[in-house]
Structures are given as C-alpha cells and as structure tokens.
Design a binder for this molecule. Structure first.
Ligand code: C2E
Ligand code: MG
Ligand code: MG
Length: 559
C-alpha cells in the first residue's frame, strides 16, 4: 500500500499543535498527540532510554521510559536514534514497528527521524531535562527522591560551604518484610509511604529524605532537628486499614553522622553512615548509633580479624568447646552444644570478639563448617573408642542461608566422618526477612528429611514469633536466658512469660530447652513448669574436649 501523504501531514500537524500544550512527558495528553502519527508510521512502541553519562551508556546503565505502547510491537524491527544533551546526559529513542506491517521504507524511516527530531526539540531541552531529573533523581515506586538526589544535594551543600549545618542519617525499617508478609505488599508500601511522608512533614524544605533501595533510606536534616528524626525513627503506629482501624508499628535502625565542616564529599558521608548503621545493627545490636572516629577503628579491627582468620584456621587456632545440656529429671548429660574458641598466643578469645566481625563476610561460613567437621571428627572418635555419645548441636550463622548447596554441604560434612545423623543438631536463629524465610524453610525441611534435628536458637531476643516458628518443622526451641530472673529480680512478668512460652512451645510439639541456667532457683523454676532440659553455668561452662570427655564417661557408670 502506498504511503498516504495527506493523512501523514494532517497527523504531523496535530502532533506539532498538541505537543505545544503538554506540560511534561508524563502528561496524559502525550498519547493523544502522537498516536495518529504512530499509526501512520506503523510504530507500535516508543521508549526513551536516559543515561546520566557516556560511561553509563557504555555500561548500559540507564533508566527507561516508555512513552507509547500499543502492547504489540516487533522487537526485531526497531529504529534507534541517539541524542546527547549538553550536560553529558545521553538519550536513546527507540521506535518499534507494529507487528505484521511491511518493513519500513527508506522514506518512512526518514519521516520517523523527523518525528524524533521534532519530538526531541518540541519537548524542549528543559522538559527533557526535567524528565531526566524525574527519572534520575526520583524513586517512582514511592514518589520521593533517591540516592542520586541525596548525592547531588550533599555535593551542592559541600560546595556552598553549608554542609556543617546538617546532620545525616541512614535508616532501615525494622522487620519490614514481616509487615509485608502480614498485611500484603500493597498495604505495606502504603505504610512505608506514610512513614516517610510523616517524617518529611516534620522537616523543612531544605531537608530531604531519600530512598536508597527497598526499605533503606538516607536523610539530610539541620543539626538542631536530629531529635525530631531520632524520635520518628524510634517508631510510630500507622493505620493501614481505617475501616477496621488496624495499625502496625513501624520503626527503624539508624546510623547518624553529624557532618563536620571539613567534609569533602558525599562519599565520605555515605561511608560513615554505612559504618554507623552496620555497627548498630550487626555489631552492637542496638537501634541507632552516631558515627565517630572510634567506629572507624572498630571497622579496622573487623578488617584485621578478617585478615588473620585464614591464617588462624590454617594454624588450627580455633578449638571446639562443648557445653553439656542436662536432663533435670536425673541430672545426667543428655546433649551438648559445640561452641568455638580462638586460642591466640595462649589466650582464649571468646566468640563475641570475633563472630560479629566474621559475620560481616562469608568467613563465618568457613568457621561454622570447621566447627561442624571438628565436632563430627570428635563424635566419630568417641564412637570408635566406645564412649557413650550424646547429640551435639552446632551453630550455623544466618549468613549461610543464601548458599544454594547448604543442605548437601552439611550432610556431606557429617557423612565424611560417618557420623549417624541422630548425633547432630543444627542451631539457627530465627530470621526476619521473607527472602531468608524461603531459604530457611528449605534447610529446616531438608534437614528433617535427612534425620538431622534443628533448633531455634536464642528465642526471645530476636523477632521470632511462635506463629512463624510453627510454619517450619523445627525439633527444639532454645529459650534465651533473658527470661530467667536475676537474683534480685522481683520482675514477675518475666517469670510469667517464661511459663507461658514453655507451655506454648510444648503445645506446638517442640522440645524446649532453656539456656543460661545459673542458679538452683532457675532449675526450680524450670521444673515447676515441666521443662526438663537445661544448659548453663549452674551445671557446666563450655568445656575443652578432654574435660567434656570426662563428663561423657560419667554416663558409663550409669549404664
Ligand atoms: P549461643 O549459641 O546462644 O550459645 C550460648 C552462649 O551462652 C555461649 O556463649 C555460652 O557460653 C553462653 N552461656 C551458656 N550458659 C550460660 C550461663 O549460664 N550464663 C551466661 N551468662 N552465659 C551462658 P559463647 O560460647 O560465648 O558464644 C556466644 C555466641 O557466639 C553463641 O551464642 C553463638 O551465637 C555464637 N557462636 C559460638 N560458636 C559459634 C560457631 O561455631 N558458629 C556460629 N555461627 N556462632 C557461634
Ligand atoms: Mg547456640
Ligand atoms: Mg543461644
């Protein structure tokens, strides 16, 4: 069919006239302005790809905006045209042909080029720029600025010498994936938006709250407003269903950095905030921390531990200690937990000094498998020596959960020493993210199928809820020592919680053990509540292998 030049001219005029009326590229009138021309030129889709710079273009790291899409287009037939804008931005316009139409003729291709040029110039540089700003500096999902905007603003404040008036903060919403699971993604996103909007409303127009990714945010605020930010991040209740008056409590982990006047770059701010939030969340396990130079030293210590770790493993500097678990019906040992110790220059280093550092990288996984193998090697030897053997539990860090082959890896480590699976238990702490939850489920189910028992460690200090625990086939739940009263503790609430937790755990069919049992009174409380498994200093500290073997041998006399 020959090209209808009259219809084309009419459509082109309409396009020119209507484009003038548009505010920006998001204007709903845009489709109307271009659709006739697209139909005549057999265009099924137009997309615009914006790159911040030529190097981003080379890496193909850009942002795409679809301005026209019939839903049917031929990806094989596409005309791509490049425009560069003075400030280094590069824009690619891609025109896709409609399905089943004849290939574009040279004449039609030429008209598409003219269309593109007109489109580009009619948009006007400023409109393209504002679109680029929109694409580059805003998070479309929740409609607030993004990390690029934070960087741009911070760099401007540094250049204008005003940066030391500001404080900065990096925050991560707590348990947000659990909120996602409980109320659904759509409502959870609304909750997130409200939480951020309410924070922004408390600040002035010079101050910004930007989304980094997922549930991570970064903010700049005037120093005197730090308490406002801190208080908001401490938590607020947000109504997500007005009809049913349902609310959810949202709070955040935060790292703060009060910016000094010798700050030279936004990178420095982001790095220091990263150190602060990481220390808060992963090392100190507190809600928030203000950056200071000492944190940098602790970061260096983390690096030092990392560096020395490989050598320490090679030199066999890690040892496995065993802490007995005791049956309160007859006070015999009925199990043990393998706990590692770093023996460095004759000094025993406890896990709290190196585990958090190793958990920041995958080194913890190397250590955990080292401990698992050493434990299996010891059990094998005890079996071969004819000693009574008990089930030994080994801690696995949550860091393993992303490992696709974790299950096979655990089983092959145990089988390598030919240890019957019933002698091993794996302790894992509860997880808070839904991504982890899927991985965790795979492991717990897989271990059960392999006859290896699993325990939820440290119940009570994380975010574990019995509801989530019920979802997986755990064998044992270890109640943390925080539920045990101190000697001069008159807190009856703790006792009442302990009592109810024990009852609930047993009710859902799990074995229940309490750790951190230090006094005769603790033992009495457990027995009073029908919990007959205990681990703690009242009976034994974690013991070097030779001492633990003596405890095992005591069992012989009972046989
Ligand atoms: P956890 O798994 O909850 O281990 C129990 C901790 O409580 C041990 O500390 C143990 O010595 C301590 N404990 C036992 N009874 C009592 C008591 O009566 N009172 C008090 N105050 N504490 C008691 P430890 O050995 O210092 O280990 C601390 C944590 O380090 C462990 O907590 C575990 O999370 C981690 N950890 C230890 N070894 C490993 C390992 O091989 N791999 C991994 N991933 N983590 C490990
Ligand atoms: Mg443990
Ligand atoms: Mg524990």
């Amino acid at each position: 069919m020959s090209f209808d030049i009259a219809a084309y001219s009419k459509a082109f005029d309409k396009f020119i006239i209507n484009m003038e009326k548009l505010h920006d590229m998001n204007d709903p009138g845009l489709i109307d302005a271009i659709s006739e021309l697209c139909s005549i030129l057999h265009i099924g889709k137009i997309s615009i790809m914006v790159y911040e710079s030529v190097s981003m273009e080379q890496l193909d790291k850009g942002t795409e905006k679809i301005v026209f899409d019939l839903g049917e287009f031929d990806p094989e037939h596409c005309l791509r045209l490049r425009e560069s804008i003075g400030n280094g931005n590069v824009v690619w316009y891609s025109f896709f042909q409609t399905i089943d139409s004849d290939d574009w003729t040279e004449d039609e291709k030429h008209r598409i080029v003219v269309f593109e040029k007109a489109f580009f110039s009619f948009n006007g540089r400023s409109r393209v720029m504002s679109m680029i700003d929109n694409l580059t500096y805003y998070d479309a999902d929740i409609g607030i600025p993004n990390l690029h905007y934070f960087i741009k603003t911070a760099d401007q404040l540094i250049t204008s010498g005003q940066i030391s008036d500001f404080g900065s903060c990096y925050f991560n919403l707590k348990r947000f994936s659990i909120i996602n699971q409980h109320i659904g993604r759509q409502k959870a996103t609304d909750v997130m938006k409200i939480f951020i909007k309410q924070l922004s409303d408390k600040l002035n127009e010079k101050e910004i709250v930007c989304r980094v990714s997922g549930d991570n945010f970064i903010a700049l605020f005037e120093k005197e407003h730090v308490n406002i930010v801190n208080e908001h991040l401490g938590g607020i209740g947000i109504t997500y269903d007005t009809d049913k008056n349902q609310r959810v409590f949202v709070s955040a982990y935060a790292g703060y950095y009060m910016i000094p006047d010798n700050c030279h770059s936004s990178d420095e701010i982001i790095d220091n905030l990263g150190i602060a939030i990481n220390t808060a969340r992963n090392v100190m396990k507190v809600n928030s921390i203000f950056f200071d130079e000492k944190l940098k030293d602790s970061r260096n210590e983390v690096k030092m531990i990392e560096n020395e770790f490989i050598e320490a493993i090679e030199k066999d500097e890690f040892q496995v200690f065993y802490q007995p678990k005791v049956n309160l019906k007859n006070y015999t040992i009925c199990g043990a937990e393998a706990l590692c110790r770093w023996i460095r220059n004759g000094e025993i280093i406890l896990p709290y000094r190196f585990i958090p550092a190793l958990e920041q990288s995958k080194s913890i996984c190397t250590l955990d498998f080292y401990v698992l193998e050493r434990t299996c090697r010891d059990i094998r030897r005890w079996l071969d020596e004819g000693r009574p053997v008990v089930k030994v539990s080994v801690n696995l860090s949550r860091r393993h959960l992303g490992d696709m082959d974790l299950l096979e890896h655990i089983i092959s480590s145990i089988d390598k020493y030919n240890v019957p699976h019933e002698y091993i238990e794996i302790e894992l702490t509860e997880t808070t993210t839904d991504v982890d939850f899927g991985d965790l489920k795979k492991i717990v189910v897989g271990l059960r199928e392999a006859g290896i028992s699993t325990a939820v460690d440290d119940f009570g200090i994380g975010y574990s809820s019995l509801n989530l625990i019920k979802e997986l086939p755990w064998n044992v739940l270890k109640i943390d020592k925080i539920f045990l009263p101190d000697e001069n503790d008159s807190n009856t609430q703790k006792y009442s919680m302990l009592k109810h937790i024990i009852a609930l755990v047993q009710d859902i069919g799990l074995k229940c053990i309490v750790e951190g049992v230090e006094t005769a009174e603790h033992v009495r409380l457990l027995k009073e509540n029908n919990c007959f498994l205990a681990q703690g200093f009242y009976f034994d500290k974690p013991l070097p292998v030779s001492d633990f073997e003596k405890r095992l041998d005591e069992l012989k006399t009972l046989l």
